[in-house]
Ligand binder design. Structure first.
Ligand code: TXA
Ligand code: MG
Length: 318
């Protein structure tokens, strides 16, 4: 398959209208879009990414009206979050509408919905004239792509088109909140923080992974965001052997002489840079990446979540 590259949202939308799949930028990471009502097109995204089919997808809308096409009910909590934040790096899980095919939700009765805050994404979604499911546009298990070149690296020849936009602003995936019950549950931390959600709905909690029950979000079971290199979390004062062959990313300049170093200006800059740094390390054959830990508040919670997942081993995912 030839992967067509374009900067035109309208040209990219033509592929979607033909039942084909298109990678496009959002403010979080690049997504791999397919028409949410076209089960065959959705199946192509699972195949292209080699994604396990028990991991549900997020539906993306170009305007608030389209949410009604996707869900059977907008709960009061969800309504408040929509009014307060959309468009935003925020996904709300709601009861799904009957017409959404089960392949989109991995057989769940719920669907994640989000309206991205990125001009090109919105222009593209509107030109498609339908909501799109869009997992992150990486091969399953690899770090999510934050620029179109990273999409190309993983999916050239496997997808129909890449809409070439800028590097994504945030660099980590959206906050996922289950809004199906009275207490909203954060299933995945992201740039819309727990603190922000609690200003709108004070009951909002972080979902704690139960020991013996099925998981709320199947994606939580899988390993994510991992470079080939081993990821090790450290404090700034940790002592490292043979740093020349290793890499460092964090907020404080390390004392050791690492082979590859990225010192970030802020926690936001760290979040923005992490996935591309992981990919750079793999390209340069680095075997071990040391990542400075940050405080788990604000976007630091999302950043630490991705760092912890990258440093654990498990099944590859989305
Ligand atoms: O920022 C983002 O969310 C990006 C961009 C492209 O929008 N998309 C993204 O999609 O990260 P993906 O497929 O890589 O991650 C979706 C996450 C998974 O952890 C999945 O388990 C969870 O959202 N999810 C999706 N639908 C769900 C549902 N109905 N119930 C619970 N969790 C759900
Ligand atoms: Mg993903």
């Amino acid at each position: 398959m030839q992967t067509f590259l374009t900067k035109s949202a309208v040209e990219a939308a033509e592929f979607i209208k033909q039942g084909r799949i298109v990678a496009f930028p959002t403010e979080t990471v690049y997504g791999l879009g397919a028409n949410v009502f076209d089960a065959k097109a959705i199946e192509k995204t699972f195949i292209a990414k080699q994604r396990p089919n028990d991991n549900p997808l997020i539906a993306h809308v170009g305007n608030l009206e389209q949410i009604k096409l996707l869900v059977s009910e907008i709960t009061p909590n969800a309504q408040k979050f929509i009014e307060a934040f959309f468009p935003a790096p925020l996904t709300l899980v709601l009861p799904k509408a009957a017409r959404v095919p089960f392949i989109a939700t991995a057989n769940l009765e719920t669907i994640g919905v989000r309206m991205p805050k990125n001009e090109l994404a919105l222009e593209f979604l509107r030109a498609c004239e339908t909501p799109l499911v869009a997992p992150s546009a990486n091969l399953s298990g690899k770090p999510s792509p934050t620029n179109w070149q990273a999409v190309y690296e993983d999916l050239n020849g496997r997808i129909d088109c890449i809409l070439q936009g800028a590097t994504t602003e945030i660099g980590l995936e959206s906050t996922v909140v289950d809004c199906t019950s009275d207490v909203p549950l954060v299933l995945r931390a992201g740039a819309i923080t727990l603190e922000q959600l609690q200003t709108i709905e004070p009951q909002t909690r972080i979902y704690q992974i139960p020991k013996n029950e099925p998981l709320k979000s199947p994606g939580l079971r899988h390993r994510h965001y991992s470079p080939r290199a081993k990821v090790v979390l450290i404090n700034p004062k940790s002592k490292i052997q043979n740093p020349k062959s290793k890499a460092f990313i964090g907020l404080d300049k390390p004392v050791e002489n690492f082979g590859l170093v990225k010192v970030c200006r802020s926690v936001e800059d760290y979040a923005h840079s992490l996935f591309e740094f992981f990919r750079q390390c793999d390209r340069e054959g680095i075997k071990e990446i040391f990542c400075q830990m940050v405080e788990e508040k604000g976007i630091g919670l999302a950043l630490m979540d991705r760092l912890k997942r990258a440093s654990e081993s498990g099944m590859p995912s989305g």
